[in-house]
Design a binder for this molecule. Structure first.
Ligand code: 5CA
Length: 445
């Protein structure tokens, strides 16, 4: 993409309404525009990152054997009357009437609808296990929408629903989700810690939240200093191997890590004092096992091998896809702007032309652009008639991890400059070497 032809409405001033750095930077970098409290348009740069995150979520869910579908945003109230949640959900639910005066709602989550799909089409244990998920907009009329996309009213969520015959199978589904989530967050360059949590309106007694440590997080968290050091890395995971999956979950949940809702001071105090950490975290996902809460209420039963019928065992598993943009920026920025991890960056690298209109410089930039594109990468080429300082400031603000700077002086010596946004370190090299380096960096992303 050439910046002269792109739509990147960056702001020079800090927007007064933004209280935390991720919100401020998303507005300044022209990623989002607020349309009403907690409701945003996703401008091209923000939309691109949202899609990158969504893609990683899809890939890791499919790897775990989960199946994508798409349910609507609007739901009939009658489904929610069956589970009893139409009355329970309270003011967070946006209730709508259609022209026939029928009660509808904008879905805050989809347990009822997926249970309805299940009961219409599945009746035998032979069709289990089954996990269906979608990535869809949700609406919760939050009392205090704030911090930009972090606590929106309209937000983008991955929600998956598992169906199993037995409690044991359902717990395997729960564990599978935990491991697939760990992988998902790690691919984005994030450390998200599973913490024992409370279940709220979804229900059930087995639930973990995934928290990214950040001072601006809304939850207070208590954890053993050793927990953030745990990494899944690139180990192979066989999602059908129950014991192996359970062992990974044990590895990540045995040490103390809890939110304020489940914190137990006595247990916490058993950790050696120097390892006791208290901080704040951003909840980027939550998994629930709630058994037959919805299947019983809504008559979603399956036949068993011995010929009886039982309500299907269920769990639901969510990732805050739009919230992740905020969490990623909270965890990756400096005073100049965003620093995208390679896994989610909107463009793979920037090209800065220091002398627009100079024939040799323009042609070197064009050649770099072509070579990167031919290697399957997406560069953002700043080809505007702007001062070098302004071009650098824009690149730093929008946070592309790598920048190639091209000017007549370097070209005279046969070199361009490759700069890392994270370390600020620059290295001079031939243009072909810069392309090769960037191709190599992204080979694993
Ligand atoms: N049905 C279950 C799991 S599929 C569910 O709705 N879980 S949830 O309530 O925990 O939401 C899942 C994730 O969505 C949360 O972990 C959080 O990351 C994100 N989320 C929840 N509310 C908001 C909000 N108001 N704005 C942005 N993201 C949100």
């Amino acid at each position: 993409m050439r910046l002269s032809r792109y739509f990147l409405p960056v702001l020079k001033e800090n927007p007064a309404e933004a209280q935390i750095v991720s919100h401020r930077l998303m507005l300044r970098a022209g990623m989002i525009k607020q349309q009403a409290a907690g409701i945003y348009s996703w401008l091209p740069l923000g939309f691109k990152v949202l899609k990158r995150i969504e893609q990683i979520v899809h890939e890791e869910q499919i790897r775990a054997g989960h199946i994508p579908l798409l349910m609507p945003t609007l739901q009939p109230a009658d489904l929610w009357r069956e589970s009893g949640r139409y009355d329970d959900y309270g003011q967070e639910m946006l209730r709508i009437k259609d022209r026939h005066d029928r009660d509808m709602l904008y879905g805050p989550t989809n347990e009822e609808m997926i249970t309805d799909i299940f009961r219409a089409h599945v009746s035998s244990y032979k069709e289990l296990p089954l996990t269906l998920y979608h990535i869809q907009w949700k609406f919760r009329d939050e009392v205090r929408p704030r911090f930009g996309v972090m606590r929106g009213r309209e937000f983008y969520m991955k929600d998956g629903y598992s169906f199993d015959l037995t409690r044991e199978d359902a717990l395997h589904a729960y564990n599978r989700h935990m491991v697939s989530y760990l992988r998902t967050y790690e691919r984005m360059g994030l450390t998200a810690i599973p913490m024992r949590a409370a279940s709220g309106p979804i229900g059930g007694d087995n639930t973990h939240e995934f928290l990214v440590l950040a001072q601006t997080g809304e939850s207070e968290v208590f954890y053993d200093a050793k927990v953030p050091e745990l990494k899944l890395g690139d180990r192979e995971v066989d999602y059908d191997d129950r014991d192996a999956v359970a062992a990974i979950c044990d590895e990540f949940t045995t040490l103390y890590a809890r939110t304020d809702e489940t914190h137990d001071e006595a247990v916490f105090n058993e950790i050696p004092e120097e390892r006791r950490c208290v901080g704040r975290g951003i909840e980027v996902g939550q998994i629930f096992y709630f058994g037959t809460k919805y299947s019983e209420a809504m008559g979603a039963t399956v036949s068993t091998p011995d010929g009886t019928r039982v309500p299907v065992e269920m769990g639901s598993h969510g990732i805050g896809v739009s919230r992740l943009l905020g969490a990623l920026i909270e965890a990756n920025h400096d005073d100049k702007g965003i620093i995208w991890p390679e896994g989610v960056t909107p463009f793979h690298c920037g090209i800065v032309n220091l002398k627009q209109g100079d024939a040799a410089t323009d042609s070197a930039c064009n050649a770099l652009y072509k070579a990167l594109t031919e290697n399957g990468l997406e560069p953002l080429y700043d080809d505007r008639e702007e001062r070098a300082g302004a071009k650098f400031a824009t690149m730093d603000l929008i946070g592309l991890p790598w920048r190639i700077t091209v000017g007549p002086r370097g070209l005279g010596n046969g070199v361009v400059e490759l700069t890392s946004r994270r370390t600020g370190e620059s290295e001079e090299m031939a243009p072909e070497a810069a392309v090769a380096r960037i191709v190599e960096i992204y080979a694993n992303h």
